[in-house]
Design a protein around this ligand. Sequence first.
Ligand code: EPZ
Length: 444
Amino acid sequence: MPQNNQKSNVVSFSTNLESEKEKSGMDQIRIQGGYALNGDIEISGAKNAALKLACACLLTDEVLTLTNCPNTLRDMRSLYDLLKHIGVEITEDADTAKFHAASIKDKTAPYDLVRKMRASIMVLGPLLARHGKARVSLPGGCAIGTRPVNFHIDGLVAMGAKIELNEGYIEAEAEGGLAGGTYTFPRVSHTGTENLMMAATLANGKTVLKNAAKEPEVVDLADCLRAMGAKIEGDGTDTIIIEGVEKLHGATHSVLPDRIETGTFLIAVGLTGGELRLKKTNLKSLSALIAQLKDAGVDVTEDGEDVVVSRTGENRLKGVDIMTEAYPGFPTDMQAQFMTMLCLAEGAGMVTETIFENRFMHVPELCRMGANITVQGNSAIIRGVDGLKGAEVMATDLRASVALVLAGLAAEGETVVNRIYHLDRGYENLVKKLSNVGAKITRE
Ligand code: EPZ
């Protein structure tokens, strides 16, 4: 039973009421499995950095420029719609985007926009910090869990905000601005840390965030905020200290490479064999994954700004056990992809998901392809099989859908993945990137 650990008395919307159009999205991906991957793939800027970096534009009336920005991602499109609704002028050119929040038109983030993209909650801290007021729809849950935002709310209250929850909206005020405060996260929260860190940059006084998230995206955001004039230290550790300043100015910042996209392609080679050179990325934030991949028999090396991954056909993957944890532990966003690889490993592997309460929806679909997986609570035992068979499968959430694509690349015969609008949220040009390195994959 998903826990709803919101202190507030509002039960967050537990289902993401996708529109009929979204649900009926007939987009499908068709894959003929069994082809090794060989060649180069360019990694895009990180979705889970860019979404927050874009919201940082609300903290200044000057222009914020992001380069290496994954503008074509569906989640970025949704966020840009919201930022424009609020009054931000956005100009894009390839993977550069310029944001100018010179005049805020509307401090409300409406449900219809927020429900499409939960990370919209990231406008709450910046709007409140610079404009003293914000009305943001509770994002509601999604397929993988109830996704409460109580830490975001409690942290802002600790910084002097007056917050009420009315009709599914967070109504926040900070007359005279936020005051520096101390907040200890009851459990590590990636976006919670980022929301409060952004809010604290313009608060009166010093803010201390304890039990803070240490993801590389948090550090990337802190780097950008410092370029804008913020005073932040300790990012990347569990205690972040922010000295509030009068105002922030514009800046230009390059979005860091997407470590989850990188990890996804490492696992793709684990499944199909071959050799890929991943460009414009690095391994420094993937050590937990790399260690497990090497144990499983996948060879990964760094070569300058590139990562080279290979697996020759003869050595079969070996089963290993993984447990998802907050960074720098094994990333929950890599769990579905790694489980898929374990389906073809020799022996058994155990996967334990400790971050989200419902992140095994890829399991029944993998079993339809011949995988041998048993789920017990938040753990799954995967017993390796000799091969997977192509089938028609259904994507349910972003990382489960990419796991099904990976399974299709390695399966015998044809796989059709339905509802792939989930994929478009977090992977730029996935079909093109894979077909360029030998996959037999098309989009219909
Ligand atoms: C971010 O989600 C990422 N999203 C997720 O990526 C990622 O899986 C997650 O961090 C963990 O790394 C973005 O950055 C946009 P949390 P976030 O707050 O910040 C509970 C993907 O596939 N919690 O670290 O929402 C929460 O329910 C997505 O790209 C509260 O209880 O995750 C969860 O169990 C999926 N109250 C745990 O904490 C709160 O106020 C960790 O969540 C906040 C969180």
